[in-house]
Ligand binder design. Structure first.
Ligand SMILES: NC(=O)c1ccc[n+]([C@@H]2O[C@H](COP(=O)([O-])OP(=O)(O)OC[C@H]3O[C@@H](n4cnc5c(N)ncnc54)[C@H](OP(=O)(O)O)[C@@H]3O)[C@@H](O)[C@H]2O)c1
Length: 218
């Protein structure tokens, strides 16, 4: 059984991912800075019987085949420094972060020197670790509505064929989500802006569920 570690798995997005992967039969390790507090959080999810365990972020990396990075972008550097030595050459990381902040109720897209959050993360991972981006455009509360089919697409990018394939397989674990491979890692720049567009659509139309479906693909 695939073992998926979700760093920041106690958060809004991490919770939806954890529940969806677990419901699909994966073994999920919710990573946290504080496993005791995280255990209390996960106990309140009402997922008894599902294969979800809790561990420190570093332990989650150590025991996972796939590591999902689901912390706020502004904390990525700290978290990656803490878990750096736990990665193996076979590790695959899936980045779901989006470099936006909501200070004062206003959405701001952060300037990232490397071009995107995913490229920023690439520069901070050990060279042998493979990286893909996924789950950046789906709203967390939609993902967290465990009984709902999502009926939309999720964009996947990465420089490694294997990482893109593994990320696409993760997307396919979620009923109603279709992975769209958009190519190399640098395309994360576009994906992250598409997420900002979804947030803008939500605000303009006073909705919460904006997400995307690509037409024209055979
Ligand atoms: N929310 C969405 O709709 C959505 C959609 C697409 C992508 N994303 C992306 O997914 C990521 C997580 O989003 P979220 O809304 O779930 O975030 P969140 O709830 O604010 O944070 C997620 C988890 O990250 C950990 N964390 C928070 N601050 C930290 C810090 N300073 N240092 C280390 N760890 C910290 C916390 O876990 P512990 O306290 O247990 O360590 C927290 O539960 C973000 O990068 C976001 O851009 C979110």
């Amino acid at each position: 059984m695939t073992s998926i570690g979700i760093l920041g798995g106690t958060g809004q997005h991490g919770r939806g991912l954890a529940q969806r992967f677990s419901a699909a039969g994966a073994r999920v390790i919710v990573g946290s800075r504080d496993p005791l507090r995280a255990r209390e959080t996960v106990a309140k999810w009402g997922t008894a019987g599902q294969s979800i365990v809790v561990a420190h972020n570093a332990v989650a990396v150590e025991h996972s085949d796939l590591t999902v990075l689901a912390v706020p972008f502004t904390s990525v550097d700290t978290v990656l420094t803490e878990v750096h030595s736990q990665f193996r050459d076979t590790s695959i990381v899936i980045d779901v972060t989006v470099p936006v902040t909501f200070a004062g109720g206003r959405m701001t897209m952060l300037e990232v020197d490397e071009g995107s959050a995913t490229e920023h993360i690439r520069a901070r991972l050990p060279a042998g670790v493979q990286l893909a981006a996924a789950f950046k455009t789906i709203p967390a509360h939609v993902l967290g509505a465990a009984d709902e089919s999502l009926d939309c697409d999720e964009f996947v990018c990465g420089d490694s064929d294997e990482a893109r394939a593994r990320a696409s397989a993760l997307v396919e674990l979620v009923p109603g989500l279709r992975p769209i491979d958009v190519g190399p890692l640098s395309r994360a720049r576009f994906i992250e802006h598409v997420t900002a567009l979804a947030i803008a659509i939500n605000r303009t139309h006073k909705i919460h569920d904006a997400r995307f479906r690509v037409v024209g693909l055979t």
